[in-house]
Design a protein around this ligand. Structure first.
Ligand SMILES: Nc1nc2c(ncn2[C@@H]2O[C@H](COP(=O)(O)OP(=O)(O)OP(=O)(O)O)[C@@H](O)[C@H]2O)c(=O)[nH]1
Ligand SMILES: [Mg+2]
Length: 290
């Protein structure tokens, strides 16, 4: 039997290309190893050429090669070679009143997240929550209903210029949660209005709400835009709707935003939990099918 041929690649694909070039009639992978621990790093393959005569055997070995490659990919996912996501869940301050602003694209779940946080934090360790809706009348409606149901004080700022003053009128609350109307990355006018509103608000935290079921390219663009608005943290929303959480977690890991909370429910006040290592570990597992 011939000695295996070693192929070192910058990536798995690069190594496979070399193997194809050196064994054009087909090959069997006899060894697969990642040479760098980083995600998508170098790969070393050892392959053995398949003799053209043995057609049936070649088909079988090709199948084996692809099974091995798939297994290697699965092993990579299992070992968590996804770039790390930074986790950090802010807690409201005890000594000064805080203003947390939440931004996201329309329908990403910003209002649910604000409602979920209000329910989670109000009354905990002396925290008193006030709510502000920054947007038009229709946008303010769900928050007003939440305020009616919970008894929390709520105000609405119909114009960006009024936001700081309206949030100031809730200065007696230790935590003011500001629900900014959804804005898309190409909605220049509203982005400018949001930037001005956030600047005058002087929030202690700006948090981007990112829908886990959005496509990664769109999420990348959202991250760019919301980071410019001052976002340092993110909430991953709609996690129950995503086929896989990997794409969104990749975008988050690249973004440098800290993942603060995860939201996974469509109930009126949202279902929200602090992001944790245990949650990340569960998120890496494939979604249950039954
Ligand atoms: N299944 C599920 N549905 C969600 C989740 N978050 C929000 N929704 C639903 O998505 C829709 C939009 O949620 P909102 O919280 O109003 O989203 P928003 O970003 O505030 O939307 P706008 O203010 O209209 O731009 C609602 O029908 C919610 O019920 C979630 O985590 N899971
Ligand atoms: Mg909303």
């Amino acid at each position: 039997m011939t000695d295996p041929i070693r192929c070192n690649g910058r990536s798995e694909r690069h190594a496979l290309e070399q193997a194809h070039a050196r064994c054009p009639s087909g090959f069997e992978i006899v060894h697969w190893r990642r040479t760098e621990s980083r995600w998508r790093g170098g790969v070393e393959l050892a392959v053995r050429p398949i003799r053209p005569a043995a057609r049936a055997q070649r088909a079988r070995l090709r199948l084996l090669a692809s099974v091995l490659a798939i297994r290697a990919g699965a092993e990579e996912t299992r070992r968590g070679l996804r770039p790390p996501v930074r986790l950090e869940t802010p807690a409201p301050g005890r000594t000064r009143s805080e203003r947390w602003a939440f931004v996201g694209v329309p329908g990403s779940g910003v209002t649910r997240v604000v409602g979920g946080l209000a329910g989670r934090l109000h009354g905990r360790e002396g925290c008193t929550v006030g709510l502000v809706s920054a947007g038009d009348e229709i946008h303010a409606e769900p928050l007003r209903r939440l305020a009616d149901a919970t008894g929390l004080p709520a105000r609405s700022a119909l114009h960006a210029a009024a936001l700081a003053e309206i949030a100031g009128s809730l200065g007696h609350r230790s935590l003011v949660l500001v629900d900014l109307q959804g804005v898309g990355p190409r909605d220049g006018d509203r982005l400018v209005a949001h930037a001005r509103a956030i600047e005058s608000l002087e929030p202690t935290l700006v948090c981007a709400v990112l829908a886990a079921d959005a496509d990664p390219q769109s999420l990348r663009r959202q991250v760019e835009v919301f980071t410019r608005l001052g976002a340092t943290h993110a909430v991953l929303s709609r996690v129950d709707l995503a086929a896989s959480l990997d794409p969104a977690l990749h975008v988050l890991a690249e973004s440098g935003l800290a993942l603060a909370w995860v939201a996974h429910g469509s109930t009126s006040n949202g279902e929200l939990a602090p992001a944790s290592e245990a949650w990340l570990e569960r998120a890496a597992a494939p979604a249950p099918v039954s």
